[in-house]
Design a protein around this ligand. Sequence first.
Ligand code: SAM
Length: 206
Amino acid sequence: MSLQSIVIPDSMREIELSQEATQLMDRANEKIERFMLRDQQVIENFVTCDFHLLGQSLLWIEQNHLLAGDRFCELGSGFGVAAMLAAMQDMEAVGIEIEASLVEQSSELADELGIGVDFFQGSFIPRDVNGLLDWGADIEHVDTGEGDVYEEIGLSMDEFDLFFAFPWPGEHEFFESVFDACAADGALLLTYRGREGMNLVRKQAD
Ligand SMILES: C[S@@+](CC[C@H](N)C(=O)[O-])C[C@H]1O[C@@H](n2cnc3c(N)ncnc32)[C@H](O)[C@@H]1O
């Protein structure tokens, strides 16, 4: 792999979030709670990350001028909070989510709050990626069966500058492999690792 690790300092946790960002998180949490209580069919792969830490990390990346450009993609977007926070930072943001009901929820939330972001239903795994079968063998929480949506988006993975994902425990290497195989040199991948917090890598030229 040609991924360079970028250490996010603990001081990042002191960054203050805007009122709009806090409002988004509060509204998302309310909507998620209602959705979970109402939805008959449990979506097993859907859990949410630490939105506050996510907001601080995205601001830290911007404040430290780490971005090569302004295109953002949330891989497995759930309620789409990462994509919406990125849009609030003036990024051109999209979310890709396999579950239609979550795409509906995230689009509704963005409309309600007037945030300009697009959510696409389908897979974030590019269909023509080589080696996927080897990396995907033990992956339980990523759907590897459906077709990707990059054509519908009008952009391929190598046209995004920053990706965010919340992999299930033990599955982050799969996301890094897809990122390494398909993203552009210079692109960043931010992942939430539960108790370990946020992890940031940059793809480098071999
Ligand atoms: C752990 S949740 C994270 C949700 C959101 N990003 C967050 O951090 O709050 C992972 C999401 O990925 C979705 N997912 C799983 N496989 C996918 C795939 N191949 N393409 C797109 N989304 C996928 C699941 O339905 C789930 O909503």
